[in-house]
Design a protein around this ligand. Sequence first.
Ligand code: CP
Length: 318
Amino acid sequence: MKHLLATRDLRRDDAIMLLDTAEDMADVSDREVKKLPVLRGITVVNLFYEDSTRTRISFEAAEKRLSADVINFAAKGSSVSKGESLKDTAQTLRAIGADAVVIRHPSSGAPQLLAERDWIDTPILNAGDGMHEHPTQALLDAFTLRHRLHGRDGARGTGLDGAHVVIVGDILHSRVARSNVWLLSTLGARVTLVGPPTLLPADTSMWPARTTYDLDEALADDPTAVMLLRIQAERMRDAFFPNTREYATFWGLSEARFHALGSEVAIMHPGPMNRGLEISSAAADSSQSTVLEQVANGVAVRMSALYHLLSGSQEGAA
Ligand code: CP
């Protein structure tokens, strides 16, 4: 693996290898070994053209735990506002010493562009591109689900065979949904996508998932996990958004819907959450909620991805 751009082309054995290494990374953190020296001398740039809390900070934590030098770049306040292109920005960062670039960008395909053109020669890690993919989010979701299915001690080497994951919300604009559909199905899970007709893609015939508008029907189909997604107001262009009361009534995991679920069903959300809209506080704050576990697991999963892409390049580091 040279880059981590998408889960669509990730093979099952590579996905399981990334998750298994993340188990090792989580064990290291739990033993209170705060740092591993594996990326000493490597500089990682976090190049964020869009806002982020979880992804940016957990990538930074992961890089520091692997002893990398970290440069954080936010487009806001940079020369991007003067019109500097992605190519010139990336080449500038490479000239300053970047050995890898973690990029979040509002345009779908920006990380692929960086990886496929000959602009820079470093590993590229996609931290979320437009409506396209968010591969490390899907990996941390799969990591969390594996623990639910097999327990932490029994998770190594396993996929998600037999699981049923119901993903609810603004599927149309969601890179988290896309990355999860591909990865969950590669790992053997069954996926059901639920949302209002205007927030489901017009054609999902190529996706390994079933779609329905009826949340209650999907919740009655024995889910292992229900993953709620945020309404992405910033990406709404022509999409018609039902009013918030209507959305919460038909597609929100209300307190009543949550209590009707089995007590083993995991309640997942990538964050940030809109409480009272797609998820009730009763569900978000329950013992079934994996929301904070997902955030914590993000550090180990990102350590794993960085390790696999970069540990070989340490020999050339100063
Ligand atoms: N889940 C996620 O990508 O959150 P942030 O936008 O806060 O990084």
